[in-house]
Design a protein around this ligand. Structure first.
Ligand code: FAD
Ligand code: NAI
Length: 465
């Protein structure tokens, strides 16, 4: 190949793209990363993981103070007031620090940041803001954006997407959330804690599709107890703006009589779709499927030599850590090493209270595949630390192969589920059996002991229940 400007150009600086760019540069490859946003870090750092977790944390503190949780432990406060501007300010600071941190890492690692929108002009060439660049390898890491609901226009004032829901200037009286998935429940939790009445309209018979069935049922019970109004098997047929609010028409998913709900804000959170429009992929010969997804092999190669793809534009869960791991692996593969991601062991966490975390297969998936399993469950009601903290919602469920005892899935609802799931993921990555977890010494008193007890329950012999 003729001399190119770069060894690697990465399109997109989200958790997939920026990590791929840094690793490629660390491995001695001359690397650039194109980003059309003002700041680096993609959806995750700018309008996703980070700002949502900032508001989840702050709103949880507010609820603890406001709803008497602190008072129950003898921490008495005077009147509690919400200062939403300060809350948004802290969120913005976290985003600024973290996105600025990526710019520093780019400098440190000598990754060149090409500012602007990239479009292919050939298999090894792109245009960015009117300038042509060539590279031996191009990695597509352009991420995803919100799936629109046909006929419903997002204005980000009343009818909002997740970005609008992260920036509401005041607490809506009534927020209607369309879609009982991760975004709907996380951002619905934020505004419920800050005082909104929240109604979730979910098309399917249960919230949180894709999660383990028992977890979904338990989560719904807990969210209802918290005050969410959850309407499952229900679809939204119309959203009409009326001055400062909107009228939402709903009817049973299977058809039936319609009713209307009035709301001050409507959050559309029915999923996300890959960003493959506007890249002129046809000029490079890359063909996404009809949903915009780019198929790759296990090395993250597309069908066009020299073009690779990672993160939300590729199949699999749309998660930041999946994109990051793929970013490392693709750079290692380009450098001639062997970069691998084990897609069977990718944890996922819903950062509500309690958190809902999962890794591996659900019981339903395993039944469907005809795999005989043994299941161990342990409730936090019987965990001493959870009891001490008055924090007993949820359980741990360990699913193991009935023949080999190898752990195939772990599902946790608990305030600390997101942290606990890392241990389960590591055990599964090492091919652990439920007995391996059961015979690992766990510190006392910790929530993690519930994982040990659930593993012990796989063979039927937990101690504390
Ligand atoms: P992205 O982060 O989407 O980055 C792609 C970047 O490419 C963008 O900055 C975009 O501007 C840029 N780009 C696109 N096209 C072009 C082009 N042609 N030229 C130049 N630049 C371009 N995941 C988690 O794991 N944990 C969470 O807690 C979590 N919370 C979330 C909360 C919300 C509200 C949302 C919306 C998502 C959340 N996610 C979370 C999902 C996570 O953000 C994504 O899975 C992750 O960002 C995907 O990374 P990526 O690198 O594939 O793409
Ligand atoms: P989602 O796929 O999690 O949930 C969408 C929900 O909307 C589903 O329950 C679906 O059945 C429902 N739905 C679809 N069409 C509908 C309709 N017409 N009417 C009513 N309900 C409808 O998608 P969501 O919440 O938008 O999030 C997108 C992605 O972003 C997630 O899948 C996840 O990958 C990522 N994300 C991850 C987070 C995390 O890891 N904590 C946090 C936020 C987002």
């Amino acid at each position: 190949m003729a001399e190119t400007d770069f060894d690697v150009i990465v399109i997109g600086s989200g958790p997939g793209g920026y990590v791929a760019a840094i690793r490629a540069a660390q491995l001695g490859l001359k690397t650039a990363c194109v980003e059309s946003r003002e700041t680096l870090g993609g959806t995750c750092l700018n309008v996703g993981c980070i700002p949502s977790k900032a508001l989840l944390h702050a709103s949880e503190l507010f609820e603890e103070a406001n709803h008497g949780t602190l008072a129950k432990f003898g921490v008495k406060l005077g009147s509690v007031e919400l200062d939403l501007d300060t809350m948004h300010g802290e969120k913005a600071k976290a985003v600024k620090e973290l996105t600025g941190g990526i710019a520093m890492l780019f400098k440190k690692n000598k990754v060149e940041w090409l500012k602007g929108h990239a479009a292919f002009t050939g298999a090894n060439s792109i245009d960015v803001a009117g300038k042509a660049y060539t590279a031996k390898n191009i990695i597509i890491a352009t991420g995803s954006s919100v799936t629109p609901l046909p006929g419903v226009e997002i204005d980000n004032e009343v009818v909002i997407d997740s970005t609008g829901a992260l920036a509401l200037p005041k607490v809506p009286k009534h927020l209607v959330v369309i879609g009982g998935g991760v975004i709907g429940l996380e951002l619905g939790s934020v505004w419920r804690r800050l005082g909104a009445q929240v109604t979730v309209v979910e098309f399917l018979a249960e919230i949180l599709p894709g999660m383990d069935g028992e977890v979904r049922k338990e989560a719904r019970k807990i969210f209802k107890k918290q005050g969410f109004d959850i309407k499952t098997s229900t679809k939204v047929t119309k959203v009409v703006r009326n001055g400062a609010g909107a009228t939402i028409t709903i009817e049973p998913s299977a058809g039936g009589s319609a009713e209307t709900i009035e709301a001050d804000a409507v959050l559309v959170s029915i999923g996300r779709r890959p960003n493959t429009d506007g890249l002129a992929l046809e000029k490079a010969g890359v063909r996404p499927d009809n949903r915009g997804v780019i198929e790759v092999d296990h090395s993250f190669r597309t069908k066009v030599p020299g073009i690779w793809a990672i993160g939300d534009v590729t199949p699999g869960p749309m998660l930041a850590h999946k994109a990051e791991d793929e970013g490392i692996a693709v750079a290692e593969n380009i450098a001639g090493q062997t970069g691998i991601v084990n897609h069977d062991v990718i944890p996922s966490v819903v950062y509500t209270h309690p958190e809902i975390a999962s890794v591996g297969k659900t019981e339903e998936e395993l039944k469907e595949a005809g795999t005989a399993v043994k299941v161990g469950k342990f409730p936090f009601l019987a965990n001493s630390r959870a009891k001490t903290n008055r924090d007993t919602d949820g359980f741990v469920k360990v699913i193991a192969d009935a023949r080999t005892d190898r752990v195939l899935g772990v599902h946790i609802i608990s305030s600390l589920a997101g942290t606990m799931i890392a241990q389960a993921a590591q055990a599964m990555e090492f091919g652990a059996t439920s007995e391996d977890i059961a015979y690992t010494c766990h510190a006392h008193p910790t929530h993690s002991e519930a994982l040990k007890e659930a593993a012990m329950a796989v063979t039927g012999l937990p101690i504390h229940i």
